[in-house]
Design a protein around this ligand. Sequence first.
Ligand code: MIG
Length: 746
Amino acid sequence: MKQLESPTDWLEARKIKTRGREEQRPANIFAGGSSCDSAEIQGVVVSRLSVYPKGSESAPRTFAVIEPEESSVEGLEAEGEATWFWKRSSKDQQLLDFEWQQSSESRWNFYFKLPKDAMCFGLGERLSGFNLRGRVHTLFNHSDNMHVPTLDPLYKSIPFLLIRHQGRYQGIFLDSPARQRWSLDVELEEQASIELLSRRGFTVYLFETSSLPDLLAAYTALTGRSKLPPNWSLGHQQSRWSYPDESTVLAVAAEFRTRNIPCDAIVLDIDFMDEYRVFTSSPERFPNFKEMIAKLQDQNFRVVTIVDPGVKKDAKYFVYRDGKKHDYFCKKADGKTFYGKVWPGQSVFPDFLREDVRLWWAALHGFLVENNVSGVWNDMNEPCLFGQGCPLPLDAIELPKEHHQLFMQQSPEGDVGHFEVRNLYGLEMSRATWEGLTALRPDERPFVLSRAGYAGIQRYAAVWLGDNMSWWEHLAVSVPMLLNVGLSGVPFCGVDVGGFGDDCSPELLARWYALAMFYPFFRNHCSKAGAEQEPWSFNQRVEDAIRHFVETRYRLLPYIRCLFWEHIRTGAPLMRPIIWDYPEDQFAAEIDDQFLFGRDILVTPIVKRGQTERSVYLPNGLWYPFDGGEPLEGGRLHKVGFELDEVPAFVRDGSIVPFVDLIQSTDYYELAPITFKVWGDHAMGLYLDDDGISFEYEEDGYNEWLLRYDNGQFSSNLANFGYIAPEREYYFQHGLRKERVHLARE
Ligand code: MIG
């Protein structure tokens, strides 16, 4: 593929890449238009700049953004070709000196300052550790199953960067689904730059200084928040590529019940289909698909199935035929249908950017809903094609012409080359899925899981981070990766527990569960080639340890549900860096192997082979070991031992955490007693309840209590009462004292 338009372009771009200084920047050829305004979103001032190239009349729409209601406070006009500076409302705002220019027909450059002590977070899915500073981050959805530390890009692209400077935060959201490369002071010159390859324009949002929680609140007000997930999807999920047939699936499910390891869902990977045809099931291996699911439901399991975007080219296959008839598949620039090779062989790809295509795809889920499949897993939706590396070479400095962009897509502004909108493909597929499930089962909140994504993916799907390995390094890196995913607005996330590729070891699996019980999305998954890693695959000791972690996860479900409530109200992720609550703690800012799970639990996993103790940093205050014991004083490091079956976490002094009695499936959640565990002598907490499945909570169908413990007295204050719950028992527990309580009814 020829990328370069002229050798001079190449040289100029090299210069920008290696040197960020102004005098070496290429000429600015911008001759289009722009508009600029600002709004206050959730208390944070956000400036918006829309830039469109010569020949267009407005910046493209990209779907990522829900229009802020109170937009256009300022109505500043950005002068034609002039460099546009971030409007400064106070001295404090001069930090970034954000500038932009156009340096070729399809290339835009952005520059901003990164003070020496500034740290960078966000940008979605990055393998490079918590602080993203010091390297280049490419945003171009791409599937690669060898997750070495230098791998770039990955499956998801979320162009939202959070910059921490002296305990305060600023944000940049470059809303364009075209290829972006963010170079975060690679040259150690306190300069960062972004290169965007697009012939369309862009909109960039600059968030003025705020706290980290406020910044997330504003960003998620702009790009949307998750809905409450169905209760069952917060349970333990078991997956494998692939359980080959019905009897294996039923046997695996039975194993959970006989061994008393809680589990809510069995996930079916690609082999459940009829020769990888989406929206079918194999007549040979899953001949009684619906009955099998009914049997699983009798044992309180749900079924999640995979749905890939590639539709098998097969004239006898209804999805292919129907899609062809209506012209729903992507075409090349010459107007001919695009075929690419994936699991089903030659396949076609729906153009999910089109509303009519999304509606059609949504309706196809009727097959799954009729069979009582509960959740849908979207894989390969970058989209990933066999036999191809990254479809745009990393060193490309121009956007290839349309006939080199795989295929065309129809955006609301008209036809556009795929690379202009590539990062939206997975999001639009998951949106179609989410909308389909919502329409087909209006009384249930859908569960959709996606591999690819763009800003706003949280509105439609949970995400997992693709093909990790059964390596200790991948256990460790899951913490900073998921922290950055959460700070990029996506709360419902996890990685394959036990690792996808390679063989998991007994010790690794136990330690992985010890951490993963705090992943918002909690699924054991393993590749075809890997050794078995179901919880019982090794010895009794490991199985018992895993049982303890999974049981603890289930007991924590009321707390986890409260954390999702917090997300829908404030945009907060569930997994948070310590600096979320301790903004001034510079020492905590460096920590990427611990995290806060909500406000009250600090998770301190063992992520190294053979290790039985680690140093733990506790922020200010008193912290109680999760599994019991004397509290430790915070504000310093401690050496702490964690046995293989010990929960590696601490609870904050002054918290009240709701625990539910042990259940094997969330089907038993509603009636199970709840105990409010109190840590410390003065404590506060929150407890919310709803039916766990419908959208009633959006219409006031929930109950909320503020809990207090003071002077040996537990009390509850009703904040909302809109859900008539079945009767269950409540207790409070403080140390050895446990008593029945009745929650306030008014
Ligand atoms: O080409 O469906 O990341 O979780 O098991 C591999 C088979 C396709 C990649 C996913 C993985 C899944 C696998 N898929």
